[in-house]
Design a protein around this ligand. Sequence first.
Ligand SMILES: *[C@@H]1O[C@H](CO)[C@@H](O)[C@H](O)[C@H]1NC(C)=O
Ligand SMILES: *[C@@H]1O[C@H](CO)[C@@H](O)[C@H](O)[C@H]1NC(C)=O
Ligand SMILES: *[C@@H]1O[C@H](CO)[C@@H](O)[C@H](O)[C@H]1NC(C)=O
Ligand SMILES: *[C@@H]1O[C@H](CO)[C@@H](O)[C@H](O)[C@H]1NC(C)=O
Ligand SMILES: *[C@@H]1O[C@H](CO)[C@@H](O)[C@H](O)[C@H]1NC(C)=O
Length: 550
Amino acid sequence: MKLFSAALLAAASLPFAASLAPIVRKGAYLFDSSTGDRFYLKGLAYAANYGSGQTTPAGEVSQVDPLANGAGCARDIPYFKQLDVNILRVYQVNSSLDHSSCMNALEEAGIYVLVDLATQVEAISGSSPAWNLELLTQYINTIEVFGDYTNVFGFNIGNEVISSLPDDQAAPYIKAAVRDVKAFMSAHNYSQLVGYTATDSPNSRITLPYYLACGEDSSAIFDYWGLNIYEWCGTSDFQTSGYQARTQELADLGIPAFFSEYGCNSVEPRPFQDVPVLYSSDMSNVWSGGIIYEYIEQSNAYGLVNISSDGSSVSTLTDFNNLKSQYTTATGSSLASASYTPSISLPDSCPSSNSSWPVATALPPTPNSGLCDCIASQLTCISTYSLNDASQIGTAIGTICGTSTSACSAISGNGTTGSYGELSMCNPLQQLNIAMEIYYNSQGRASDACQWSFATLASSASVSGTAQFASATSSCVSADAFASSTGIPTATTTLAGVSTHPLVSGAASSGSKSASSGGAVRLIASDAPASALLATVLLGVVGGFMAVFL
Ligand SMILES: *[C@@H]1O[C@H](CO)[C@@H](O)[C@H](O)[C@H]1NC(C)=O
Ligand SMILES: *[C@@H]1O[C@H](CO)[C@@H](O)[C@H](O)[C@H]1NC(C)=O
Ligand SMILES: *[C@@H]1O[C@H](CO)[C@@H](O)[C@H](O)[C@H]1NC(C)=O
Ligand SMILES: *[C@@H]1O[C@H](CO)[C@@H](O)[C@H](O)[C@H]1NC(C)=O
Ligand SMILES: *[C@@H]1O[C@H](CO)[C@@H](O)[C@H](O)[C@H]1NC(C)=O
């Protein structure tokens, strides 16, 4: 079909389309906040919508951000309408680009978007998890760009971070990210959902959702559990496919769940016979629909359409028509929000830690730029790297920590033991510099303790001895307003690179909620550590010490 189809022109000319209402969570289900009707996702994964041979104007568009290609969205929306799709899942966006053309056109077409916050470069990793200022800043930048579009369904904290047992250690980092992103969004009145999409891994597909739902103030609990599932291939049924077991496992979760990817392609063309089952009463008590992987054909052969090499036209494949016949008739049973009383209470206690789920319930600290910047400004032995030198910084941190474990206690974390250095939430460059300084202090600030190939002595350093350093870092802690009784900072800590919103607003920290409620307003994850204790750690005189947070 040509780009400027009659249908597209008709759709584009509709003025003042009513804006889509936010989708809200109530108990285990999702609802349209305007009509009060239960909401079921009928979605598509939407990636890389440039033609394979299309040259993207350098610097203007990003290959990996399909929502920055207005012409691509205009080309594709008539096909989304044919499929009766109500949501797209987008895996990666670039917050520097303009998304208004796509987002407005999708809104007019009645289509929501689920936006992944991670990118290929910046994400919580399963093998080496971290939750720090750099990642939070990227997440907030994306939320600020997309948060004002009413058709953003939600923000995804991570996708398939945990795929096997060694990755389980990342679970506290995922949960900390949910906690802090929700706190930021609530402080700035963003109402989108916040959740996680998972690998269908036998090791974690039961424990992880219950872990993310347990034991906290409800304002810090995730809003949805997405499962990327490829268990039903070709012809199967509810029981033999595994769908019945997956449904039973989540019966007590009490959090909305959906298939965040599905559509096994080991039998082609795909009949999509699982679609009507997903929306039937066998599954709709647990699942709120799903997202078919994926719209555009790529080398892994999951696509519904081919895009011409110049990006201008679409040709539908057999799977497109097969899905269309399933999607246009699929509807979940209706339920009005007003007549729904959630029957499942979220668990107070979390899945216990053991050899098959070695995960602490203690979470990493909230990134706090005020504290990190203040301490970084007191350092004498620092590296010559900039924040962009990610791999060199990683190597250098390895060098320091290999030389002295205690130098790294303040910046290290361990999701199995639940021990997190208080400055493990600083950005990686700050972490390196802090470890270098701790080592330098532990060697009595001898000049040969700052002779790494990447080290330099800061010419502007105002600190000249360990006692002075201890005093300066103690004052960083109090200056950043760890209120000693509550653990809540006061106001207006601003993240570097985030211009419009402070991380912590007055509304979040001065409201009626008390620290003892322990939820979204708890922007410092620990009870306030004594500042002297932190200074001791920074001095590197307590070997192997690590602050243990609640
Ligand atoms: C994001 O877009 C900006 C502006 O075009 C570009 O400079 C940058 O390289 C892009 N980032 C990524 C990760 O593609
Ligand atoms: C959030 O909404 C409340 C109530 O409408 C308002 O008082 C407050 O100023 C808003 N906060 C921000 C950051 O917009
Ligand atoms: C889709 O693209 C593939 C790969 O270029 C090609 O083999 C196939 O014939 C195309 N199908 C249609 C229906 O255009
Ligand atoms: C470990 O704990 C998890 C979650 O509490 C539980 O499901 C699992 O059965 C336990 N495994 C062992 C080997 O005890
Ligand atoms: C975390 O602690 C556990 C238990 O002491 C240990 O086995 C594991 O190697 C540690 N992980 C890291 C990344 O240091």
